[in-house]
Write a protein that binds this ligand. Structure first.
Ligand code: ZN
Length: 162
């Protein structure tokens, strides 16, 4: 843990958080490197609360040609996020030479989730319950006894508990 930031090594196509767990979900300069970026976006949308916001990026520029199906024009990105994922208020803007920045709101309304301790929202990679507690060098699930190691670099190695 770095202050209030946790680094969790886990597949992005199946995020270990309940539906609607976060007010804002951010994924910058990463989607184009995913095997199935649309599946990852679906997960990002799932864990955003109704009425919450997503902040994403889309690869542009000459490198985008090397990523067929994973980088879109500004117009394509807006259409995909609106029509395929049903997001509202999709705003696509040039951000850097190689990226556009995308803001979008998930439809619906719900109370803000606000910042909470990781243990309150992180689902055990083995049993799926929010029952993980920090112990020396790891997190331990009080429901199924799974042990999720935390490296010396403080990265939580959730893959090893699957
Ligand atoms: Zn468990």
């Amino acid at each position: 843990m770095f202050g209030r930031l946790h680094l969790l090594h886990h597949p992005a196509e199946h995020l270990p958080f309940p539906e609607g767990a976060f007010d804002l979900v951010c994924c910058l300069e990463a989607l184009e490197f995913m095997v199935r970026p649309r599946a990852v976006v679906a997960e990002l949308v799932r864990v955003t609360r109704p009425g919450g916001w997503l902040l994403l990026t889309n690869r542009l520029g000459t490198d985008a040609r090397l990523m067929p199906g994973k980088a879109w024009s500004l117009e394509q990105a807006q259409q995909i996020y609106q029509e395929e994922f049903g997001l509202l208020e999709v705003e696509v803007q040039r951000w850097q030479v190689d990226y556009s920045l995308i803001w979008a709101r998930k439809p619906g309304e719900s109370l803000p989730t606000r910042s909470r301790p990781l243990e309150e929202v992180w689902c055990c990679p083995r049993c799926g319950k929010t029952a993980l507690l920090r112990v020396a060098g790891a997190y331990r699930c009080t429901a199924c006894e799974a042990r999720v190691p935390v490296g010396a670099d403080e990265i939580i190695e959730a893959l090893s508990a699957l």
